[in-house]
Write a protein that binds this ligand. Sequence first.
Ligand SMILES: Cc1cc2nc3c(=O)[nH]c(=O)nc-3n(C[C@H](O)[C@H](O)[C@H](O)COP(=O)(O)O)c2cc1C
Length: 316
Amino acid sequence: MNTKLKIRDLTLDSNIFLAPMAAVNCLPFRVLCRRAGAGLIYSQMINVDDFFGDKDKIMERYADFVDEERPVAAQLIGAKPEKMAEAASYIQHHAEIIDINFGCCDGDQLGKKAGCYFIRHPDRIHDVVSKIVKAVDIPVTAKIRIGWDDQSINCVETAKIIEKAGASAITVHARTKKDKYEGKAKWQYIRQVKEAVSIPVIGNGDVRSPELAKSMLERTGCDAIMVGRAAMGDPHLFTRINTYLKTGRSLPFQTKEQRYQDFLEFLELYKIQPRQKFSEIRNHALWFAKGLKGGRQMKNDILKCEDIDSIKAQFR
Ligand SMILES: Cc1cc2nc3c(=O)[nH]c(=O)nc-3n(C[C@H](O)[C@H](O)[C@H](O)COP(=O)(O)O)c2cc1C
């Protein structure tokens, strides 16, 4: 029964994935999620326009992958198919999958005709996907939203175009562009996409617990799940979900001491590439404090911290 999910020729040891998250998915966080059992780690989105400046700088900033976190999907965002294909052909030597972002609803990206712009112009999707597929040897996947707004849901159409263009899997964030991150994710559309294509479908939106992961798998029939916000500060969520899906057992939330251990591991990993700004480390500390007893007070105190030692003291 427990056959492992394959994305083209890549076999994954869990079908619960870490979602791409800009300004969140730094190296230490990605490694912690992989250690906790995430089956595939997405980078934050890499803007292909930046890529044509100083490549090394961009690689160092956004694609600083280490072996321990593999398999990794490097996510690209851009407007021009040729540029995206050129960036993909370079980055393929550093990742196991190239993912294309058709779901970002930032005004900046829309202005550049990237991200969700394609959801409004699905006729342009085939060219992007097929050019990237031709340019690389590794699997190519894409992440979409269900439509521009509730009056123009087009995820089935978009998914079929993506499959036809040669993609090896598709992620459906079950919200429209207009929803941004608000309102309940509309999982029924993940099911519609699953029924319409033959490539693996990764469901995304509002999975915050092992029970919700199980429910999404059952209700949509999707092949894998991508977890975003709920994993922030809680990489252990991947362990809880995997355990629950395999055994039905509900592991307890981490204690404050266990969270502190995770934060110490985070700081240890940070030494591999100590480029992160202090404010980013502090953000992760704030997320690690989330959900702990006395977490609200801890958050207020962490916000006042000016160095790592004073943050550590808040967990003791
Ligand atoms: C801080 C933040 C940054 C994000 N950055 C990206 C990104 O770079 N690329 C992308 O495709 N989606 C991005 N997303 C969207 C998530 O990948 C995911 O689709 C969304 O959060 C819904 O999943 P969730 O309910 O599990 O959080 C981001 C979301 C958040 C909260």
